[in-house]
Write a new protein. Structure first.
Ligand SMILES: CC(C)(COP(=O)(O)OP(=O)(O)OC[C@H]1O[C@@H](n2cnc3c(N)ncnc32)[C@H](O)[C@@H]1OP(=O)(O)O)[C@@H](O)C(=O)NCCC(=O)NCCS
Length: 193
């Protein structure tokens, strides 16, 4: 029996907006499966992700098999006043620690999405995508939001050095508690590299 190929043998590539547009449905499928959302979520996400591609500082990285199949994807862009997520996070920071709003919400890269196909999770692919995405990302810091809970995403973000910006925060229209995490850029090189 031959061993399954290691995720390390997959290619980690940066996608242009045109390249990612061609893979949009494949990428949204990974998101829906990784997050365990109903398939109908894809219909709302595809146009939103397309609009995000037009934002300043947009950068997207994917992991491909030798057969050009997408195993994981991450993207983000420069956060700006007026964007929904920016205004939501500003509201939260202003309510809890107003002094740090400008510090966090100026010149930051918003890590908007990071997802690995469920059958490829747990062997370091998410970290590889994240590191490649942030290596060269615009901004002096990176911010993200993630549902509260002991998830693999949490372990990854802590390992990479993300700090609490907001905890147990509720975004408008979503009953789940979220954490907003952030850290300065660039990342330190991976241990042992
Ligand atoms: C979060 C997510 C992107 C992380 O990607 P991943 O490839 O599964 O995770 P990582 O890169 O962190 O690696 C996972 C594990 O492999 C281990 N690992 C790292 N390098 C490795 C290697 N070379 N060989 C084997 N294992 C390795 C890590 O130590 C880690 O261990 P842990 O899970 O016990 O902490 C992915 O799990 C996912 O899509 N989850 C669902 C969607 C989601 O929550 N997205 C984020 C929303 S904010």
């Amino acid at each position: 029996m031959t061993a399954a190929p290691s995720p390390r043998s997959d290619r980690i590539v940066e996608f242009s907006a045109d390249q990612f547009r061609e893979r949009l449905n494949e990428a949204v499928r990974i998101y829906v499966n990784a997050m365990g959302y109903p398939p109908s979520t894809a219909q709302q996400r595809a146009p939103m992700w397309s609009a995000h591609m037009l934002r300043a500082g947009w950068r997207c990285v994917g992991a491909l098999t030798a057969d050009d199949e997408l195993l994981g994807v991450g993207y983000g862009y420069l956060g700006h006043p007026g964007q929904w997520w920016h205004e939501q996070v500003r509201r939260g920071i202003l309510a809890r620690s107003p002094g740090s709003a400008e510090e966090w919400l100026t010149d930051y890269f918003e890590l908007t999405e990071l997802h690995v196909r469920p059958d490829s999770q747990g062997s370091g692919l998410g970290e590889e995508i994240l590191r490649r995405l942030l290596d060269g990302a615009a901004g002096s810091k990176v911010l993200l939001s993630t549902p509260e809970g002991p998830t693999r995403a949490w372990r990854l973000y802590r390992r990479i050095g993300f700090q609490d910006v907001l905890r147990h925060y509720q975004f408008t229209g979503d009953p789940r508690p979220f954490a907003v995490l952030g850290r300065a850029l660039p990342l330190e090189p991976r241990q042992g590299s």
